[in-house]
Design a protein around this ligand. Sequence first.
Ligand code: PSV
Ligand code: MN
Length: 426
Amino acid sequence: MKIQKEQIVDCNTHYLKSHEENYDFLANKLNNLGHDVSGIVSKLADFQVAIPSWALGAGGTRFGRFSFYGEPSSLEQKIEDIGVIHSLTQTAGAVSLHIPWDIPSDYAAIKEKANSLDIKFDSVNSNTFQDQKDAIESYKYGSLSNVSQAVRDQAIQHNLDVINIGDKLGSKSLTVWLADGSCFPGQNNFQTALQNTEDSLKAIYKRLPNDWSMLIEYKPYEPNFYSTVIQDWGTSFMLANACGDKAYTLVDLGHHLPNSNIEQIVSILMLRGKLGGFHFNDSKYGDDDLTVGSIKPYALFLIFNELVYGMQNNPQNPDLAWMIDASHNVKDPLEDLIQSLEAIQEAYAKALLIDQDELRVAQTNNDVVKCQEILQGAYRTDVRPLLEKARLSRGGALNPIHAYRALDIRGGLIAERGKNTVATGL
Ligand code: PSV
Ligand code: MN
C-alpha cells in the first residue's frame, strides 16, 4: 500500500484554514519574543526517527497477544508500512532492522523499495537473546558473557554477520543489546561475566568497518531478574571506552530504574562525546514500551532540553541514531507510532524554544525561580502549529491520525494481506 500525494493534499484541505490561522498567531508571538521560527520549523522537518522493523505488528506480553489484522508478514511489507507512516508524518525516514528477524532475501529489491519510499537503513540490531533454529550453541545462560568460549564465539560471529548485512544496505552502526545476566544470586561471577563481555565486544569492534560505530545498550533487569551484565549507563560507558572511539552508549528511555534522572545521564554522556543512540518509548513501572510521551511528557521535554543543548554545544558528540522502541498491545501499531512521532517532535520543538543564553544567565545568578520560569514557559507553549508547518513543508499530513483513518489504511491493509498475517518480532 502506498499513499499518493494527492490523497494527503485532499485530507489537508479540511485543516488548512485553521492551521494557517494558528500558525500565524504562534509564529507572530514567537518572532516577537526573538525566536527564529522558520529555523525551528526547518529543524523539525529535518529530524528523522527510525522505526524498528519489529514494531509494526502486535506486541503482546507473556500472557497473550492480540492481533490487529493486516500485519506485515515480510520485510518488504514492513518497509511499506513505514512508508505509510513516513508519508503522513514526514518524520519516519529510516528503518532499524533486527537480525535474524529481518534478513533480506533480495538486497537490491529491498534497497529499491526503501529508496522509493525515502527510507534509509539506520542501525542494525543483533539478537543473541533468543536461540535460533539450527543454532549449535544456546544463549540460555548468556551470549557474549557466557562461561563457554564456544557460545561467545557463536555470539561474536552473529554480530559480525549482522554488520555484514547492514553494510550491504548502507547502515552505519551496530546496536548491541544483551539480555545476559543472572536470575539468582551466585549464578554468575559478576567479574567474569563483565570481563567476557568486554573481550567479546572488543572482538566485534575490531572487525567494525571504519565508518561504522557500535552502540552499546544497557538495561537494569529483564529478562534476567537478579543481575544484568550491562545494567546501567556507567557499565556501557566503561565498555565503550574499553573498545575505542567508535563505540558509544545507547540510551533507551525504558531502561532505567524508577525516577532515574535520564536527562542528566544524557547530558554527561554528550559532554564526554559518548552518546551514540537513543531509543524512545515511555513507561510507568519498568520497560513498559508505551507510546512516547503518553506517561511522562515533561520528563521527555527535559531530556530533549539536554539533547538540544548537547547538539548545540558538544561537537565532540556524534549525530545520534534515533529510534522508537515501543510495543503495541492495544493500539493499531501504525497509529501508535504516529502518536510517538508527534510526541517526539513536540518535545523537540519545545526544547528548541528554551532560550539557552537567558537560562545560562539565570543559572549564573542562581535565580532558581527564573530558571524554572524559562523551562516551563517553553513547555507550556502549544507548539503543534509548528509541527504541522514542518510536515506540510515536506508534503505530509496536517493531522496524520485523521488522514490515516480517513484513508482507512488499516482496512486497506487487511484487504491486501488478510486477517491472519503475523509480523516477526517480539
Ligand atoms: C530490549 O528491551 C530492547 O530495548 C533492545 O533495544 C532490543 O533490541 C529491543 O528492545 C527489541 O527487543
Ligand atoms: Mn531498546
